[in-house]
Design a protein around this ligand. Structure first.
Ligand code: ADP
Ligand code: TRP
Length: 326
C-alpha cells in the first residue's frame, strides 16, 4: 500500500498536527511505502514572505525528522521540488465543476478567519488532489478537517478517468488516526489560526503557561466529573499511557480531582514527550544542510513516481511532454 500525506509550512507545529497527523505518519513508515511532503505551494496561500516561507519549510522538515520520520524508510520532500504537481492541478481543473469547489468547508472557514479569498485559496483542493493522485496514493492519513479534501480527490480521479475513458488515476482513501480532532485550550478544534494551540517545539515555559490555561468548567474538586466531557482529560489522554489515562478517568468519576492537578500532569507528560524531540530539532536546525540532503534525495524519488503518472496523464489528454524532458 502506498501512503501519502503533507503538512503545510505555514506556521509552527502544534499538538493537533502531531496527534492528528504526524504521529500516524511516523507509525505507518514501518509497514508501508510512505511519501510525506512539506506543502510549501499550499503555504503560499497564507505566507507571502520569501524568507519566512523558506524558514518555515526547513523547520517543518526538521520537525518531521525530529519526531521520528526515518528517511531510510519514508520519502520526505518539498512539494515544490515536483513542479509537475501544478501541471496536474491544472488538468484536474479542466474536468472538475466549479460547484465541487464551492462546497469546500475549508475555504469558508479560512475566509471567515480573515485569510484573503485568493483563487489559490479557492483552488486549494485541486492542488491537494493533484498531490495525492500524482503519486498514485492508496491511503492518505490526516486529521478530520482534511477528509472532505480527500473525498474531492476521489471525485476528481473519477471525473478524469470518465472524461478520458481510462483508469490512469487511482482512488485514494482517507485514514484517520486515534485523535482525528484534537481540542485546543479553549475546547474548539486546535488550530494555529484560532490561536488556541500548544506548540510542540516552541518555548517550553510558554507551552506550560498554555497548558495551565486549558479551559475547564467550574465543577468543585470534590464533585464527580465526566472525563469524556473534559477538555483537559482529552489532552491528557493523548499523552498518558493507557493505564494512567484509565486511572485518571476513574478518579474523575469518583470525585476529588482538581483541574490544576490534571494540568500539571499534562505539562510533565508534554515535557517528557517533546523535550527530546525539541533538542533533536535544534540540532538539525544548526545543520540545515543535513535536512536539505534528505529533502533533495526525497524529491528525486518522488519526482520519478510523479513522472510515471504524468506520462500516462499527458498521453490520454493529448498533451505532448515538454521536449526538455525527453
Ligand atoms: P492548522 O489547522 O493548524 O492550520 P494544518 O492545516 O497545517 O493545521 O494541518 C496539518 C495536518 O494536521 C492535517 O492533516 C490536519 O488534519 C492535522 N490537524 C491540524 N489540526 C488538527 C487538530 N486539531 N486535530 C487533529 N488533526 C489536526
Ligand atoms: N491541506 C493539508 C493541510 O492543511 C496539507 C496537504 C496538502 C495535504 N496536500 C496534501 C495533506 C495532500 C494530505 C495530502 O494540512
Amino acid at each position: 500500500m502506498r501512503v501519502l500525506s503533507g503538512i503545510q509550512s505555514s506556521g509552527t507545529l502544534h499538538l493537533g498536527n502531531y496527534f492528528g497527523a504526524m504521529k500516524q505518519h511516523i507509525e505507518l513508515q514501518y509497514q508501508h511505502e510512505c511519501f510525506y511532503f512539506i506543502a510549501n505551494y499550499h503555504a503560499l496561500t497564507t505566507v507571502q514572505d520569501a524568507d519566512r516561507l523558506r524558514r518555515l519549510t526547513l523547520e517543518t522538515a526538521a520537525g518531521y525528522l525530529a519526531a521520528g520520520l526515518d528517511p531510510a524508510k519514508a520519502t520526505l520532500f518539498r512539494q515544490s521540488d515536483v513542479p509537475e504537481v501544478t501541471e496536474l492541478a491544472w488538468i484536474l481543473a479542466t474536468v472538475t465543476g466549479k460547484g465541487l469547489l464551492d462546497r469546500a468547508h475549508s475555504f469558508k472557514d479560512k475566509t471567515t478567519k480573515g485569510i484573503a479569498p485568493s483563487m489559490g485559496l479557492f483552488c486549494y483542493p485541486l492542488l491537494m488532489a493533484a498531490d495525492i493522485l500524482i503519486y498514485r496514493s492508496d491511503c492518505v492519513p490526516v486529521g478530520r478537517d482534511q477528509v472532505q479534501h480527500i473525498e474531492m480527490a476521489q471525485d476528481m480521479a473519477g471525473y478524469f478517468n470518465n472524461t478520458y475513458k481510462c483508469n490512469v488515476l487511482i482512488r485514494p482513501e482517507p485514514r484517520l488516526g486515534h485523535a482525528p480532532v484534537v481540542p485546543g485550550i479553549d475546547g474548539q478544534k486546535m488550530s494555529k489560526s484560532y490561536g488556541n494551540h500548544i506548540e510542540i517545539f516552541g518555548d517550553p515555559s510558554e507551552a506550560r503557561k498554555r497548558i495551565m490555561s486549558i479551559k475547564t468548567d467550574s465543577t468543585p474538586v470534590e464533585a464527580p466529573k465526566d472525563p469524556d466531557r473534559c477538555n483537559a482529560y482529552t489532552i491528557l489522554k493523548l499523552l498518558a499511557s493507557e493505564s494512567e489515562a484509565a486511572d485518571w478517568a476513574g478518579r474523575y468519576r469518583a470525585g476529588g480531582v482538581g483541574y490544576g492537578e490534571v494540568k500539571k500532569r499534562i505539562a510533565e507528560l508534554f515535557g517528557q514527550a517533546f523535550d527530546p524531540m525539541r533538542q533533536r530539532r535544534a540540532e538539525l536546525l544548526a545543520h540545515p544542510d543535513r535536512v536539505e540532503t534528505v529533502l533533495v534525495a526525497g524529491a528525486s524519488q518522488a519526482r520519478r513516481e510523479a513522472e510515471i503518472t504524468m506520462r500516462a496523464v499527458r498521453e490520454v489528454c493529448g498533451i505532448p511532454a515538454s521536449s526538455s524532458m525527453e
